[in-house]
Design a protein around this ligand. Sequence first.
Ligand SMILES: [Zn+2]
Length: 259
Amino acid sequence: MKLIDAHIHLSDAEYAEHVGELLVEAKNSEVVALVSNSMDLETSKGSLKLAEKYPNHVYPALGIHPWNVKVLKENELEETVKLISEQSQKNAVTAIGEIGLDYKYEAIWDQQMMVFDKMLHLAEKLDLPVIIHSRGTTAQIVDMLPSYRLKRVLLHWFSHPMSALYKGVDNGYFITEGPPVAYSNGIREVVKKVPLTNLLTETDGPVTYRKLPYNGQLTRPSFIRTVVEAVAEVKNMAVADVAEQIARNFEGFFNIKLS
Ligand SMILES: [Zn+2]
């Protein structure tokens, strides 16, 4: 099987000492591709470095996460835009992410919106896919995206509302689901409703999952197998068939040929 972790934060400090070991384990668990999402300028540079060090295994998504908007250093936004533009000329950027809007950070809403808009315009200009964080803002984001010329949109950890799921699917958007598929009825409901052709798998590590079967241990790419098994159960399909379709989705969405 070819398994996919389409959303992980490999350049996060928490993974620093473990990356080599985690990627060996990923290979042994048949996780053949990982998209290293970034939070700011520093982790964007980190994702690029990892992609260079582990070619055809780690793919970099660069950008500024809404949580980091409030701690941006002077010129950090401009420098991140510059980095993405330059690296994209060399075909070294897989996607722009993780970007988005988070309702829990309402106090900095205008800044969030400004950064998100900049990132979306950059994705338009460079013709790159976007990986979107939309906690409490999914319906709003799905409504605003058609005003940008974006061909490839991924709504990460989609939870609700279902109306936004249907609208997104109609627009050709993809969603990712991860470890909660194994225990969350809400997420299982989303997986049931989304066409398998619009679904990718993720771990979002180093986010930890307290519930069984993960039990608070360090999130690892090898969790993807459990995710695919849970999706197969919900879809009432064979695990290998689910894995194959998700690998195909990955290739189509990110324009990458898996080796
Ligand atoms: Zn994330």
